[in-house]
Each structure stands twice: as structure tokens, then as C-alpha cells.
Design a binder for this molecule. Structure first.
Ligand code: FAD
Length: 503
């Protein structure tokens, strides 16, 4: 007989496990018992320190106070990513968060800028109209102000945070509201032979944990979704060559930058993520083009502060689980897939999966349409993000190593080819999934990597060119005035949300 879900078992206590537990207990607390099982012997992947702006909406839906969250996770603000040496060695551009201000006569500002740039190659770069980029270049930060969209508040922000402190923050949130936290290693999964549904998981000490719904947050191995459900994995290594990473924290260096830095290297790229108390560093590379020793050396020689621990090595296979929801098992986090960390999208995928589960929440009949819809949305988002990331490797003009030459020749999906061709020919941006990267992000990357459109929207020519030019220069002046009076990022944090344990 069909009844509501009464018991949810979450397997895994990494970022995904606790990001799932917190909203579930908030929404279902009275109706449902929620138990989270994790093995401290196995531990978590322990990386994942840069987010997209959407995590703010996730936090807000839990009622989390931002200043408290920033203090406790030793976070800093992230206005975007600075890309160095990506288009070619020496090239620098920003993927700033936010759009480029209100539309003009119903058309995006970037389309008008294309016209002005086509008429005058010396017209200033597009980034001068990205508030996030202008602030980031000056190491400044303030919260966007004003309710009505304007040129000077057309930006948004995410965070750099300590991943283990974020998981701990959400664990406290979830456990205070009633999530049962069980420590133990799962060694067996009890499946119903007839239905193929999971009945219980068994721990080393013999304990059985039964449930109606099982959420697999067990990391790369996908203990339930692969181990028991045999979902299968679509491997994207042909298109995304990086399969390894080395990470190491180093001492914090001033000024505290309000952006992540991604620097292209001969067989991949390095990241620099500034937190309040330290800087996170990593080198993501292809093991087919560089060995571990060289990759580590390259990372260490680029540190801008004293190393605070020894380095850690991680391996991954870019791709996604063929189905993230099968029967009564839903995979969230690394168990459902991983695209390499270039655009910091894994936490975003967790947010979407949790929201998707809440939207399609089942009862014990587990109508297959709910899983089908969840799987459709998940696949679309993974593939859209995959293509956005591949675009970085595809558009670069770098040919100075075997890795970059291989990237230039690698296959792209029909969808990405259509996106690239459309922008090049017409200046229009095609977005397949509005829940992933939207127009301003595609534009920032296309232009930053040097893809110049051959034409633009003919409607734009209906406006007077001189007036349009004056309008753009006025807006630039406004943005300059606004940023001149904005505090430095480090000072802003010190005043509003400095962690108690940072000097
Ligand atoms: P894990 O952290 O691996 O947690 C798995 C959990 O399952 C653990 O608690 C473990 O104990 C438990 N478990 C496993 N097996 C068992 C068992 N048998 N019994 C009991 N418990 C078990 N994401 C971003 O958004 N931004 C970034 O900047 C970013 N950078 C990254 C850089 C790299 C190199 C990598 C590899 C990933 C990065 N990510 C990033 C992804 C991010 O780290 C993950 O999405 C996030 O940490 C979630 O991991 P998880 O909780 O799914 O898995």
C-alpha cells in the first residue's frame, strides 16, 4: 500500500551528504526520520572551496545568516574567476559574476557593445562594463545595493570557503533539527530480490539501517547507485583530458583577492583560492601528458606563501552516472558524476539535485515519472556544464604543448558546436540550460578567449551610434565612481564578517 516516505537514509557525510540533509530535515522534519551514515575511516574528498553565486540562494532558503556563515567557514567573497594564459600565454581576462546592466531597447548591452567595437577597434574592452570585473581588478568588495537593476549593481558573488567547515556548519544545522548522525562503515546492501529496491544497508558491526528512500552521497565510488543499482557511467575523458589533481594550502598573502585565479599550464591549469586564514592551491592536469612529480613541482614553485601542509593527490574520471535516480536510490554529489573543477560547478550540481529531489519528492509507490524527470534535468545540467567547460579548452589559441594541441583537435558535442558557430556568425548566445551558465558567462568566455563575432543583431543599427557611445561612456563613468568609493575586500571582511580565529 502506498504511504508517505517515513525514513530517509543518507549515505555519506561530505559536502553532498550534509547539503542534502539540511534542507530535507528543514522541509520534512516532522514527517520523516532522517539518518545520515558516514565512515570517518574513509573520510571525505576534502576539496571544493570555490562556489558559484547560487549557493547564496541555497543558504538563504535554510535561513542562514550570511555574516555568521562567512565567519564560521572562514570564507571570502568571490566575484568571479581571473583566467591567465588561457587564450594565449600572456592573456588575462575575467569571468565576472553578474550581467552587464539593464537591456537597451530590449537587447543585451553586449550586443550594442559589439556594434561600437566593430565601428571603432579602440573602443574600450567589454570588461569595463562588468562591475564584478572592475571591482575584482582593484581587490574591492561590497554587497550590491539598490532594489532596481542598474548599471552599478549588475553584479553578484559567490564564496571561497573551507569545505570541511562548510560541511560541519551544515551538520550542526541538520543535527540540531533532528538528523540522526551515525558513524560506521557500510559493507553490504540488502536489495529486495523482486523489486530491486534497497531495503537496508549493513555496517561492519552488524547493524542494519533500513529505510524507504536512500540517498547516495558516498563520493566517486557511488556505493549504492553503482555498487547496488549498477547505473553505469558515461566517461567524458575523450573530451575532458584532465584526470588528476594535486592540492596544497599555503599561507595567506595580502591583498585578499575577491576572485579565484585559474592559470593555464602545459598539461592543465592551476587554481588559487583565497580564504580568510589561508590560500588553497591546486594543479589539475592530464596524467597522459604530465607525471605526478612534475605536476607537483609545478604547483609548488607557483605558491605565493609558505606551504602549510603536504600535498594531496586526487584522481577522477570526468563523466556522469547514466541515471542518478533508480528505484528508491538517488545519487547526489560526486556519486552522480564529476566535471573537472575549472568553473567550480560541483556544489552547484548538488544544490540543483537537492532542489530537484524536493520538487519530485516521491511516496512509497516511487512513480517512475518522478525519477525520469529528475534524471532528465540532471543530464541536461551536467551536459550543459560539460560543454561550457570544454569550450575553455576548445577556444584557446594555445598550441605550445602536446596537451593543448590535443585539446584543439578533440571532439565537441553537436550542441556546443552549434553554440560556437552561432556566436561566431551572429553574435547571439545559445543557452540550452538556464539553470547552468547564462548569457553573460558565455559572452565573458567567448570574448576573453578571443572569439569575435562576424556580425551582430541588425536591430542595434536602428539606434544612433553617437548617442549609444555616449551612453556607454556615461555608464563606465558611473561604474568607476561606484568602485572608487568601495572598500578593499580584506577591509570589508574585517569590518563585517572576520572569523574569530583569524588574526
Ligand atoms: P565525499 O567528500 O567523497 O564524501 C563521501 C562520504 O561518503 C564520506 O563521508 C565518506 O565517509 C562516506 N562513505 C563512503 N563510503 C562509505 C561507506 N562504505 N560507509 C560509510 N560511509 C561511506 N566543487 C566545487 O563546487 N568547487 C570547487 O572549487 C571544487 N574543487 C574541486 C577540486 C577537485 C580536485 C575535486 C576532485 C573536486 C572539487 N570539487 C569542487 C567537488 C567537491 O569537492 C565535491 O563536489 C564535494 O566535496 C562533495 O563531495 P561528496 O560529498 O559527494 O563526496
Amino acid at each position: 500500500m502506498t504511504r508517505p516516505i517515513e525514513k530517509i537514509v543518507i549515505v555519506g557525510g561530505g559536502t553532498a551528504g550534509w547539503m542534502t540533509a539540511a534542507p530535507l530535515i528543514q522541509r520534512l522534519g516532522r514527517a520523516c526520520v532522517i539518518e545520515l551514515v558516514e565512515s570517518t575511516d574513509i573520510g571525505t574528498v576534502g576539496v571544493g572551496e570555490a562556489t558559484l553565486p547560487t549557493v547564496r540562494y541555497y543558504n538563504r532558503s535554510l535561513g542562514i545568516d550570511e555574516a555568521d556563515f562567512i565567519r564560521k567557514t572562514k570564507a571570502s567573497f568571490k566575484l568571479g574567476i581571473e583566467f591567465r594564459d588561457w587564450g594565449h600565454v600572456g592573456n588575462r581576462f575575467f569571468h565576472g559574476f553578474g550581467d552587464f546592466g539593464p537591456s537597451i531597447e530590449g537587447r543585451s548591452p553586449y550586443m550594442h557593445w559589439l556594434r561600437l567595437k566593430a565601428a571603432d577597434p579602440n573602443f574600450p574592452d567589454y570588461e569595463e562594463w562588468s562591475v564584478a570585473t572592475v571591482l575584482a581588478r582593484q581587490n574591492k568588495f561590497t554587497h550590491p545595493s539598490g532594489d532596481r537593476p542598474s548599471a552599478s549593481n549588475a553584479y553578484t558573488y559567490g564564496y571561497h570557503l573551507d569545505a570541511s567547515l562548510y560541511a560541519a556548519y551544515l551538520r550542526d544545522f541538520a543535527c540540531k533539527r533532528g538528523v540522526n548522525h551515525t558513524e560506521g562503515k557500510i559493507i553490504d546492501i540488502d536489495l529486495d530480490a523482486e523489486s530491486g529496491f534497497i531495503r537496508a544497508v549493513r555496517l561492519t558491526d552488524g547493524r542494519q539501517i533500513a529505510g524507504d528512500l536512500f540517498i547516495d552521497c558516498s563520493g566517486f565510488k557511488g556505493l549504492l547507485i553503482e555498487g547496488a543499482m549498477k547505473a553505469g557511467y558515461t566517461d567524458w575523458s575523450e573530451q575532458l583530458l584532465c584526470d588528476s589533481a594535486i592540492t596544497i594550502p599555503c599561507a595567506r598573502k595580502d591583498p585578499l583577492t575577491p576572485f579565484t585565479t585559474s592559470t593555464a599550464k602545459p598539461a592543465g591549469w592551476t587554481w588559487r583560492i583565497p580564504l580568510q586564514h589561508r590560500t588553497g592551491n591546486g594543479h589539475v592536469y592530464s596524467s597522459h601528458f604530465m607525471n605526478h612529480t612534475d605536476a607537483e613541482e609545478l604547483l609548488l614553485e607557483g605558491l605565493d606563501g609558505e606551504a602549510l601542509a603536504s600535498s594531496r593527490r586526487l584522481r577522477f574520471t570526468p563523466g556522469r552516472r547514466n541515471k542518478a535516480w533508480i528505484n528508491n536510490c538517488v545519487a547526489i554529489g560526486l556519486s552522480s558524476g564529476f566535471i573537472e573543477p575549472l568553473e567550480s560547478t560541483a556544489i552547484r550540481l548538488i544544490e540543483s539535485a537537492v532542489a530537484g529531489l524536493l520538487e519530485n519528492f516521491p511516496d512509497t509507490s516511487f512513480r517512475p515519472q518522478l525519477a525520469a524527470e529528475f534524471n532528465r534535468q540532471t543530464a541536461l545540467q551536467y551536459e550543459s556544464i560539460r560543454d561550457f567547460v570544454i569550450m575553455h579548452y576548445k577556444l584557446t589559441g594555445r598550441r605550445d604543448s602536446a596537451f593543448w594541441r590535443h585539446c584543439a583537435e578533440g571532439p565537441v558535442s553537436g550542441a556546443l558546436q552549434h553554440q560556437l558557430d552561432t556566436f561566431k556568425a551572429t553574435g547571439r548566445v545559445v543557452v540550452y540550460d538556464p539553470n547552468s551558465f547564462t548569457e553573460p558567462s558565455w559572452v565573458a568566455l567567448y570574448l576573453g578567449l578571443g572569439l569575435t563575432p562576424e556580425s551582430y543583431d541588425p536591430f542595434i543599427d536602428l539606434l544612433d551610434e553617437h548617442e549609444l557611445r555616449e551612453h556607454f561612456l556615461r555608464i563606465r563613468q558611473l561604474i568607476r565612481q561606484m568602485t572608487a568609493s568601495t572598500p578593499l575586500h580584506g577591509d570589508y571582511i574585517m569590518r563585517h564578517c572576520l572569523s574569530d580565529t583569524v588574526g
